[in-house]
Structure formats: structure tokens, C-alpha cells
Design a protein around this ligand. Sequence first.
Ligand SMILES: Nc1ncnc2c1ncn2[C@@H]1O[C@H](COP(=O)(O)OP(=O)(O)O)[C@@H](O)[C@H]1O
Ligand SMILES: CSC[C@H]1O[C@H](OP(=O)(O)O)[C@H](O)[C@@H]1O
Length: 402
Amino acid sequence: MSTYHPLTESEAIQVARSLTNIFESEGELVSREIGDGNLNLVFHVSQPSTGLSLIVKQALPYAKVVGESWPLTLDRARIESEALIIEERFAPGLVPKVYHTDNELALTIMEDLSNHVIMRQGLIEGGFYPKFAEDISDFLARTLFFTSDLGMNQQEKKLLVRSFANPELCKITEDLIFDHPYVDADTNSFDAHLREDANKLWADSELHLEVAILREKFLTHAQALLHGDLHTGSIFITPESTKIIDPEFAYFGPMGFDIGAVLANLLLHYASQEHWSPNATARDERRKYLIQSVREIWVLFESKFRALWDEHGIDRIAKTAGYQDYYLRNLLQDTIGFTGAKMVRRIVGLAHVADIDRIPEPAVRAKAQRLSLEIGTKLIKRNRQSTSIEQLIDIADSASKV
Ligand SMILES: Nc1ncnc2c1ncn2[C@@H]1O[C@H](COP(=O)(O)OP(=O)(O)O)[C@@H](O)[C@H]1O
Ligand SMILES: CSC[C@H]1O[C@H](OP(=O)(O)O)[C@H](O)[C@@H]1O
């Protein structure tokens, strides 16, 4: 079993038995492959007689969404396990518990979170999550602060940067977020009715300059250990609990990339409300809730991050007067720019979001797609002038009123 090969459902039972002591020795185990993401196998292994269960996640040597023609490193399973363990250290209770890691088989065996729902689906079904802004701002503030040069010894951080180099998964992001959506690339995928909008995107040199600047930050700014793919499909949620999964894209990059991923996915959902809300009153209420979540996430994040800095900042130079304000202003601008980039990629790039793709009526879907593109491109273009989260909110609000 120790040589790498993709597991079958019954082999997932064997590894769950032999590599963990979660299950009672008596009692049959049942296994089901439930992976619905773009990249990996995910087995749900349970023991009906005791109600115990766990998840066996295994990387495939290629990107599942495309097939064997797109080889992909198995090392991403090690990165995912190690990132989950670091995230648990700094943001306890906000990620699944890791029971076992096997780098040879590219496995992470972890806590089963099936009592939560994937947030994207929960939002589509009209869920409200009153604890989300508090939880996600905790996760962001604590993981980003304590893995940055502000909160971690700088020599230790450099060693950690080396073990999270993650070049192959970063290359996916570099291509699919910062390159392909802005040219007529083969990987792009969009509805025929968006051809003119795509042409505009490809010809917009002002936009391209801003994307180049954001890309440079993604390539060079090893600010903190990022989750790297923090969309609402990587968040398990209930009204009382939030758990962040799937950090296989983790690497040391610009903090605003993670914060922007969360905001972008709330705004993509916001852009889809004409379909998902049953009437105009519900749509307005839903949009207000989503906008308020965006505002609260930034405001809570900022105040928690500043408090961590004041209490746990590790060196004298970071306490230089004015530096914290300078840092937070740049971080807000990055967040706004990356929010925009993460919206645009989900409309014209390879991988989309169900919030928009599942709108059956083409005219309604087109409106949601154009609204996302409009908000996204404006956020990208205006990021470097921004000084307040209210500017992001104004862009979303005014685009949706047209
Ligand atoms: N810890 C978990 N508990 C329960 N279900 C999980 C867990 N991790 C993943 N899943 C299920 O598997 C799906 C794909 O997982 P994910 O980690 O997003 O895979 P990928 O890396 O391929 O995107 C999730 O949408 C969820 O349904
Ligand atoms: C070829 S990978 C495309 C896309 O898929 C990843 O998301 P997930 O694994 O959560 O489905 C990531 O967002 C990549 O950009």
C-alpha cells in the first residue's frame, strides 16, 4: 500500500484502519468517494455501528478537472497537511483536525465536517451565517499576522518560506488569475454572449497595467503564509461554526490575496441575486447582508490585525510611528485589487463558480456575469487610489443599481 497509486474506495477503508485509531475495532466501515473539487480524490469513511467517520483526501498526479494531460505534483498533499497544522496552531478550531499525513501516498486523513455545508452551496440555498465575519476575520488576522515578519521570527519565517515554495500550484494561479483572462487563451471558458465583453477585457491596457502590478505582488511579495485558494467552496459552515479546508495552494504571498478571495466570492454571489432571490425585496435584503458581511470582514480583520501587532509585534522597527498605518493602507489596496482579479477570473477563465454558472436563464446569467466583470474590473483599476473599504462597497452598490 505504501507505493503511490490512486486509492479505491475499499483501499480508503484499509488506510483509515491502519493509519488512524479513530474507529472501534468491531464494526464494518463504509467508504464513498465524494470529491467535487477540481483536483483531488476525497473519500468519506464511516462506521455505521458507532457513527464515527473521517475523510481521506488524496492528491492525484494530475488536475482532475482537465485530466492526465495536466500533470500536477503530489507534493501538494504535504503542503495541504502542513498548512492545516500551522493554521490550527494560530487559529484553533477553524480548520479540520489532521489525524494523519502520508506523503508517499499523498494523503491527508482528517476530521469529517459533513455536519457543515460548503458555504457556496449554503449561500445559494439562502443561508445566513451570523458568525462568519467574526470567524473568517479571526482566521485571516491570526494566520496572516503570525506567519509574517511582524509576528514570526524572521529567520524561522525564511525556512518556512522554503518548505512552502509550491511552484506548480502558484503557476496555476499565475496563469488562471493573472494572465489568461486578459488574452484570448485556450484555457478560457465563457458563454458565447460574453464574446464582446471578453474582447473589451483583452484590449483594456489600463486594466492590464494594474493586473501586471498585482501579479508582481503575487510573484514576489512573500508577506505571510497564505491559504492560497480561499473561496466559498473552501469553507465549511453552519450558523454557529466555520471551518476552512483545502489549503493546497498555500505559499508565502501577499496577504491581500487571501482576504480578496473571500470578498470576491461574496461579491460573485451578490452579483447572482437576480436569480437566487425569489423577489425584489428578498434580493435587496440579501444584497445588504452580503455587503454588510464584506464591510464587517474588513473592519474586524483590520482591528484584530492591529491588536495582534500591538500585543505580539516581535520587533522594535515594526513599532516605528506611522508604519502600521502605512502597512494597513497598502493591505487594503491589495485586498481591493485581488478581489477584482478573483472576480474576473471566475467569469472568463477556466474555473467558474456555481453561484453564476447554475443560473439557467441565459439573459439573467449574462447580467450576473456582466455585473461581476464590471465590479471586478473597477476594483482592479481603482485599487491603488483606495483608502477605505467603503470605496469597494460603493463600486459594488453603484454597479448593481444600473
Ligand atoms: N474534511 C471534510 N469533511 C467533509 N467533507 C469534505 C472534507 N474535505 C473535503 N470534503 C468534501 O470534498 C469536496 C472536495 O474537497 P476539496 O478539499 O475542496 O477538494 P479539491 O482540492 O479537489 O478542491 C468538498 O467540497 C466537500 O464536499
Ligand atoms: C486547474 S485548477 C482550477 C482551480 O481549481 C482550484 O479550486 P478547487 O481545487 O478549490 O476546486 C483553484 O481555484 C484553481 O484555480
